[in-house]
Design a protein around this ligand. Structure first.
Ligand code: GTQ
Length: 373
């Protein structure tokens, strides 16, 4: 929007447009004494015309980060660190540790035989495996073994313990949590397990075996919690589903072939505060631009390409992580004409939708693609 039009909008009756006078400045000082303020001094800031994200687009490149993540193994133990994690810090955010919006993310590394102390908290988490063999998470007594591009849920209030089998290899995974959101709501509790470790009380992978069968639900299966009973979502069936769906659809002009991970008992999001999806960009595919409310953290599960976010090009390749802040224009392009590319996305859409805050807009100019500035 031009400056002129913006000024005009600010001058429309109903938007604050009061000039400071000595009397007003004195008045504001008096109000401060009583822990109050005049709304018209802040109204245009606290009520923007449209969402203004503090987060900026960032690509965290695995090639740059991997060696630094591994360095932490020699520097701290998981017991001392609690969790040995290098977190992703959006440079636009100075108030909280967030990767984008109200989503926290980090890269956690663990050697064979290591364990992180079992704990639980009000924040919900997902753990997306990037490399290594033998990683597992115990969620409320359910042990879930984890391979590359699998992810596990540790929902709000569940005990969880992360570890790598003695027989495994060093593992690195991406943690994604709603910590900034839960803290903003001032509702976060944290507890260490009384035994520091958590017993496995069910058959290994039972929750995925029970609840993760497409089109089939367990007889007498009874689940009323607010999160998915399918604690682990595996890469192979996900990729197979995308491949099948790709053969039966034109896909979305904005997202290519996108499938959302769901809670099989509701068809809703996997957890109440965070959702996840996997999208396939077919060979040569370049989507149209759109924007929507919500914060999006992408993880390149397969392939390479680039995204244009608010008019700037960001290249990515396998295992890179990048973010699209709320209301930012974005489009994605697969860099290969022969291979598909797959993007995992962690987002706060369940919150946006539940609160009635979700909004979406297509880029209306230039045939639907952003000019690159
Ligand atoms: O494993 O629950 O990266 O509580 C940050 C905070 C992971 C976890 C993180 C956490 C966890």
């Amino acid at each position: 929007m031009t400056k002129e039009r913006e000024n005009h909008r600010e001058n429309v009756a109903g938007r604050a447009n009061v000039e400071d006078t000595p009397e007003l400045l004195a008045y504001y000082k008096d109000l401060e004494k009583y822990d109050t303020g005049a709304l018209w001094t802040v109204a245009n800031k606290i009520e923007p015309w449209e969402p203004v994200s503090q987060s900026v687009p960032v690509v965290w490149r695995y090639d740059d980060l991997r060696a630094h993540v591994l360095r932490s193994v020699d520097l701290v133990t998981p017991e001392k660190a609690g969790r040995r994690v290098i977190y992703l810090n959006n440079p636009g955010r100075t108030d909280v540790s967030a990767a984008v919006g109200w989503i926290y993310a980090g890269l956690q590394v663990m050697n064979p035989g290591e364990k992180a102390t079992a704990h639980r908290h009000s924040a919900s988490a997902i753990r997306f495996i990037m490399e290594g063999e033998g990683a597992y998470t115990v969620v409320d007594g359910h042990k879930m073994t984890l391979g590359r591009n699998d992810f596990v849920l540790t929902p709000n209030g569940t005990w969880h313990e992360h570890a790598v089998e003695e027989s495994g290899t060093p593992c690195i995974w991406q943690d994604g949590l709603d910590i900034p959101f839960v803290n903003a709501m001032e509702a976060n509790f944290f507890e260490v397990h009384p035994d520091l470790s958590e017993p496995v009380t069910y058959p290994v992978n039972d929750m995925t075996k029970t609840w993760g069968n497409a089109g089939l639900t367990p007889s007498g299966g009874d689940w009323t919690k607010g999160y998915s009973p399918m604690f682990k979502y595996e890469w192979e069936p996900t990729y197979e589903a995308l491949t099948k769906y790709a053969s039966a659809t034109d896909g979305s002009p904005f997202d290519g072939v996108l499938m959302e991970y769901v809670n099989p008992t509701t068809n809703g999001p996997v957890m109440q505060t965070m959702g996840a999806s996997m999208q396939m960009l077919r060979p040569g595919e370049h989507t149209k631009a759109h924007r929507h409310t919500g914060s999006y953290l992408y993880h390149v599960a397969k392939g390479s390409g680039h995204s244009v976010i608010n008019g700037k090009r960001y290249d990515w390749s396998e295992r890179d992580i990048f973010c699209v802040p709320s209301w930012a224009w974005h489009e994605h392009a697969n860099g290969s004409d022969t291979e598909d590319a797959c993007l995992f996305c962690l987002n706060d859409l369940p919150v946006m939708r539940a609160m009635g805050l979700y909004r979406e807009q297509a880029f209306g100019e230039n045939d639907g693609n952003q000019p690159i500035g």
